[in-house]
Ligand binder design. Structure first.
Ligand code: SF4
Length: 351
């Protein structure tokens, strides 16, 4: 499962490709607001995304005001920020006045050659890489309707790469996205067999949480297991936090997990005397943000609770009208259900 050889690209403090760990990204879902209060709120959210395992965060930048708001945010961000730009090269130039870590831009939709040259010259001068992003839904006119759509998407990306090649700009990452898992596999396998350029993987417009995670996992786990893909973004019609957690779990399924908390929770059934759904909903993000290498079990009853969670470093389970906290299969405390959160927190602090 050795990674194919790719050129390393520095994105702020994160390196994509070159055998470095696969990074997890998400994308900001709101318009960028200017002003100190908005910036402080954004920085708090960025901090919590980082705790959950997000490495890189991208923002849509539709106008110059957004470029400036993002630029100010980048000055204080604890994580590399990326500007996603379409059509207007002046927005890219403005972004490059700030410490942004990467630009996502397709030279083919910027227009006149001199505009692309200006952006490339400034990016080169600042050491900022550019991601080319080709989507199946926005192929050039002459490539639309080709019977082999995967090949058409790869060709569209190669045309964009060729523009950068002519300018001698190699600090490039490529994404080629489709909303179909099988097509995503075909596209990225074909590209990886021909190029040593780092790949940003993801299934686009993948749908709501459940469907989106399934479609992304169906494509990304096999690719990552084959050593294809240097950074991932799981697109969901859901929160950034869930995109990050899904990305983490996909890496783990591909054997590329980075440690951290492994949460085991039972699906709940008629035997449950403890609401595992509500408890995991309350605790999951806090647990994932811990950064500790620990297995934590949340079980509904004693029929399977301590047994199935035997290896857990810490577990909680319903036991009749009581709740039991256990460690490595041994009962540590027996408590009342209303004490569950408080006592669980105390025991968690001992980990
Ligand atoms: S642990 Fe108990 S409540 Fe949970 S699914 Fe298994 S039998 Fe049902």
């Amino acid at each position: 499962m050795a990674n194919r050889e790719t050129r390393a690209v520095k994105v702020g403090g994160v390196i994509i490709g070159g055998g470095f760990p696969v990074s997890v990204q998400t994308m900001w879902k709101e318009p960028l607001a200017a002003g100190e209060a908005a910036r402080a709120a954004a920085l708090r959210r960025i901090g919590s995304l980082k705790e959950l395992g997000c490495d890189i965060l991208r923002f849509a930048v539709p106008d110059l005001a957004s470029a400036e708001a993002l630029g100010e945010l980048a000055r204080e961000s604890p994580m590399p920020l990326v500007a996603d730009i379409h059509f207007d090269w002046r927005i890219a130039l403005r972004c490059l006045d700030y410490p942004l870590a990467k630009i996502r831009l397709n030279p083919g939709n910027i227009g006149a050659r001199y505009k692309v040259e200006e952006v490339v010259a400034k990016a080169r001068g600042k050491g900022v890489p550019i991601r080319i992003g080709v989507n199946g839904g926005s192929l050039p006119e002459d490539l639309r309707g080709r019977p082999d759509r995967a090949a058409a998407i790869v060709e569209a990306a190669e045309r964009e790469i060729a523009i950068f090649d002519e300018l001698g700009f190699g600090d490039v990452i490529v994404s080629m996205k489709s909303s179909d898992a099988a097509e995503t596999l075909a596209i990225n396998r074909a590209f990886a067999s021909r190029h040593g350029i780092a790949l940003h993987l993801g299934v686009t417009e993948a749908g709501p949480l459940v469907q989106g995670v399934a479609r992304n996992a169906a494509a990304l786990v096999p690719l990552l297991s084959e050593g294809i893909g240097e950074t991932i973004r799981v697109s969901l019609s859901d929160s950034m936090e869930n995109e990050v957690l899904a990305g983490r779990e996909i890496l783990s399924c591909a054997g590329l997990g980075r440690g951290g908390v492994k949460l085991i929770s039972c699906p709940r059934c008629g035997r449950a005397s403890f609401d595992t759904h509500a408890f995991t909903a309350r605790w999951a993000n806090r647990l994932y943000a811990l950064g500790a290498d620990a297995t934590i079990a949340v079980m509904g009853c004693v029929v399977n609770g301590p047994g199935e969670g035997r290896h857990a470093d810490l577990g909680i389970t319903g036991a009749g009208d009581k709740v039991v906290i256990f460690r490595k299969g041994e009962i540590a405390r027996t408590i009342r259900p209303e004490e569950a959160d408080t006592v669980f927190e105390e025991e968690l602090n001992k980990l």
